[in-house]
Design a protein around this ligand. Structure first.
Ligand SMILES: [Zn+2]
Length: 475
């Protein structure tokens, strides 16, 4: 007897192979049969006629560390997109191990109320206890380690500080963290050298961990920043993920030809890949330096002037007769969306064989970037169906099989007998992101159902089970 039978759909299995008609039989948390299963006895039946059945999507770039600790009220930004697994702790920012009342920017992008974990093991245990809405594999943030172990952040770490950070990383890996993330672009880690990152990251070698990097510069100095990141990954001898690859600033538009060429050349000698999101605007803390690189800037939140959320910084500057950078300084601490990328780079990076899809969404912003709610349906609607930039099979591979392989998520990312039953059922003709810069939390259309570990978690626009996810600890 099957627990769940998904009947009549077209299977796209996450390997990149062409679609085929196949039914899926689930027992417990696993896929146990794939093929023609008409008439099989099953406790629950989902009719998937006219629909695509695919592995649940893996959001490889998230800042969901806090979000996952709390059961969703209403629709969930990730589950509602068909996402069944998230990678947390990116860009050098992880919630653990750090106890603080006031996380320094950009750590505050993760939210402010949950900085209460002495060790990474404590965080993973707490996450396991709440039973998260989706599966989570977790990275340790180098900036978080710096904030914990260094009194002064505006200098490279001493040997002793590096040893203490490495020690914390080692414990986290033993507890089940999958690797480390770095964010030398941001103030808390700007003074960190490549030598420091290599020293702290040393435990990743024996553990076969991964490193994800928000590189030092995504504008004029991007090639030097890429060289540094590739050098660190190569020296450590581990898989390197270049986070949200993009080119910022008009002068750099079109340079993805050059940067992808560099990454491709490096990939012949080391394991390297990248993630990207399907928008030509980025979002992070409000950085005066980035204001000048942008054609428009939207405020996503401000502690000093909460009513500025959702407004254009340039409009505010005009109204006040001030320079935009001065308004940016006055709103601190704050977050923003920056329109500073070129669509041709976005498309070129997304269609590159080494790229995976990751949202980089910020769940605690008052007026968040729409990527938080729209990333995956936007790739499948706008870039696959409307623009035919890539095939549906390839797009799904970049959200599932490729991601699971790169991040070492065993039994996930491919729909095959014996693998976990993380499944999304959607209408390829209807799937569309509805989140916009004006209305960023609108739920996407076209997702019929989402199954997490064999449990029906989302159906026709509603969360039906918020606790089917698991903590995916490093094997
Ligand atoms: Zn980042």
């Amino acid at each position: 007897m099957l627990d769940l039978l998904i009947e009549g759909g077209e299977l796209i299995d996450g390997t990149g192979k062409a679609r085929r008609f196949a039914d899926i039989g689930v027992a417990g948390d696993k896929v146990v049969e794939i093929g023609r299963l008409e008439g099989y006895p099953a406790r629950k039946l989902i009719n998937a006629k006219g629909r695509i059945v695919a592995p649940g999507f893996i959001d490889v770039h998230t800042h969901d560390d806090c979000l996952l600790l709390h059961a969703p009220k209403g629709a969930h930004p990730k589950l509602s997109q068909g996402v069944t697994t998230v990678i947390t702790g990116n860009c050098g920012l992880s919630l653990a191990p750090l106890i603080t009342q006031s996380p320094p920017p950009p750590l505050d992008l993760l939210g402010s109320g949950d900085w209460r974990f002495e060790s990474f093991a404590d965080y993973l245990d707490a996450l396991e206890q709440v039973q998260p809405v989706v599966n989570a594999a977790c990275l340790v943030g180098h900036s978080t380690l710096r904030v914990k172990h260094m009194q002064q952040l505006n200098r490279p770490a001493t040997d002793d500080e590096c040893a203490r950070m490495a020690n914390d990383l080692q414990s986290a890996l033993q507890a089940g963290a999958i690797g480390m993330s770095t964010g030398v672009y941001y103030p808390p880690a700007q003074s960190a050298t490549a030598e420091e990152l290599i020293a702290v990251g040393t435990p990743l070698q024996a553990a076969n961990g991964i490193v994800t990097m928000h590189i030092r510069d995504e504008g004029d100095a991007i090639t030097a920043a890429l060289r540094e990141a590739l050098h660190i990954g190569k020296t450590l001898g581990i898989t390197t993920v270049l986070s949200h690859h993009k080119l910022v600033g008009t002068a750099n538009h079109g340079r993805s030809v050059e940067t992808l060429g560099m990454i491709e050349a490096a990939s012949k000698n080391q394991s390297v890949c990248l993630d990207c999101y399907p928008y030509n605007a980025s979002s992070t803390m409000l950085l005066p330096a980035r204001v000048n690189q942008s054609s428009d800037v939207l405020v996503t939140w401000s502690k000093t002037e909460p009513q500025a959320a959702g407004r254009s910084l340039f409009d505010l500057a005009r109204e006040r007769g001030q320079a935009p950078v001065d308004v940016a300084k006055a709103l601190q601490p704050a977050g923003a969306i920056y329109f500073a990328m070129d669509e041709s780079d976005v498309s070129r990076i997304m269609s590159h064989p080494l790229s995976m899809i990751g949202s980089d969404g910020l769940a605690h912003d008052v007026q968040p970037h729409p990527r938080l709610w729209g990333t995956f349906p936007r790739v499948l609607g706008r870039y696959v169906r409307e623009q035919r930039l890539l095939s549906l099979e390839l797009a799904i591979y970049k959200m599932t099989g490729l991601s699971a392989r790169r991040f070492g998520l065993q039994g996930r990312g491919v729909l095959a007998v014996g693998n976990f039953a993380d499944i999304v059922i959607f209408d390829e003709h209807d799937i569309t992101d509805r989140a916009s810069y004006q209305q960023p939390t609108r739920v996407s259309t076209g997702i019929d159902a989402v199954v997490v570990n064999g449990v029906l978690a989302f159906k026709q626009g509603c969360t039906v089970n918020s606790h089917a996810g698991r903590v995916l600890r490093r094997a």
